[in-house]
Design a protein around this ligand. Sequence first.
Ligand code: GDP
Ligand code: IMO
Ligand code: MG
Length: 436
Amino acid sequence: MPSTVLVGAQWGDEGKGKITDLIASDFDYVVRFQGGNNAGHTVIHGDKKLALHLMPSGVMYENAVPVIGNGVIIDPGVLVKEMAMLEAEGISCKRLKISCDAHVIMPYHKDLDGADEKRLGSNQIGTTKRGIGPCYQDKAARKGIRIQDLLDEKIFRLKVETALAQKNPILEKIYGLHTYTVEEICDEYLPYARILKPYMEETAQLLNRALREGKNILFEGAQGTLLDIDHGTYPYVTSSSCCAGGAATGTGVGPVNINRVLGIQKAYVTRVGGGPFPTELTFPEDGGTGQDAVDGETLCSVGHEFGVTTGRKRRCGWFDAVIARYAAEVNGLTDVALTKLDVLSAFDTIKVCVAYECDGKRYDYFPMQQSVLFHAKPIYEELPGWKDVDITQCKTYGELPENTRKYVEYLEEITGVPMSIVSVGPDRDQTIMRGW
Ligand code: GDP
Ligand code: IMO
Ligand code: MG
């Protein structure tokens, strides 16, 4: 299997965790390259659902080495808890490697994330309040604290002192929040350093050595293409590079080493937080009416669309081929895993957005201006469904009802990307391989 990047091709929660876990046994290393514990990736272990926020979803397999790359930002308390949770489930974290260059989420990053959202009022992004934006801001401003700084108490103290000289006045004077002392932060963070030290490594060197030895790597993306800081629906995005290109900068592996880019797409679309969403089926509590509101509720309840990280109800809508084609281009998708196809068994007919209309103009490609995306009306094709046929036990493509296969093939045709994996349920064995 060639080294592969796995990316979300929508607004996140496409089922990256399930697919990473499914294919991880084909790889020697499974590497997270961006984001932090804003991610919530679900994997099924026995009869339990486990939510992973920082640990690569390949941790379940003894053969694969899980790596947290330099592009990830780490809340050490969350990582330590996640490792303990996995160990309690009988899953060993011994093989984990953590990049010494990854940045650290500090307590004031979390406070500032929440305070900044409050300040934005009705324009808020709807962040996970995990300190993601403020931590990446400090990284870009060259003021961040890295995992390696935890290894030297003197350096760590000095960096915290320098940071607090700037953060405390902002916390207190601008937001009216409590301030921190160096002692308080050191008391909390230095014990984490002692726990995490054995796992820290120069991971770029480790991964490049592995590639020279003929090993292969799976790069596990978090969030999704439309949440990417450059290519997403800015400013309603996260603060990292979630697209395939981020795998190179977020790990220190040259792009020539990546031969395959697998996009994960749900058979419909969801979004958590604010920002434009052309195919959204607005829920009744948000002012939605008629059949659209009913269909939105059905997608949410049948698909169990509630956030893994924050528990929020996810906004739901029909499959959007405009963003799918865009994701295919900006990531260079070689193939797609289509997930949650079973959820569509709830419908008589299924809509697919093939283009947008705005001010009398048709848009087949992702519009240049964000304002168009906010006002875009989806142009739908309506396909016959396979209502009430249970497809969750289908093991081969041929076993799927004819209309289900027609739906998959229609999506392939209008997005231009082959669908090599079709997922019909949350378990590993509820998956149809069509060329993986
Ligand atoms: P991620 O963030 O992309 O890893 O996705 P999440 O884990 O946040 O959300 C995906 C949810 O869908 C999880 O609860 C999965 O267990 C579930 N899931 C994944 N694939 C399928 C599928 O094919 N069918 C159904 N019904 N559920 C699925
Ligand atoms: P996974 O990896 C869905 C969204 C938030 C918010 C925006 C910015 O599970 O797919 P942030 O806390 O990152 O500053 O929030 O991004 N968001 C996600 N939405 N899935 C995720 O991760 C997300 N991570 C962040 O809801 O709109
Ligand atoms: Mg998720």
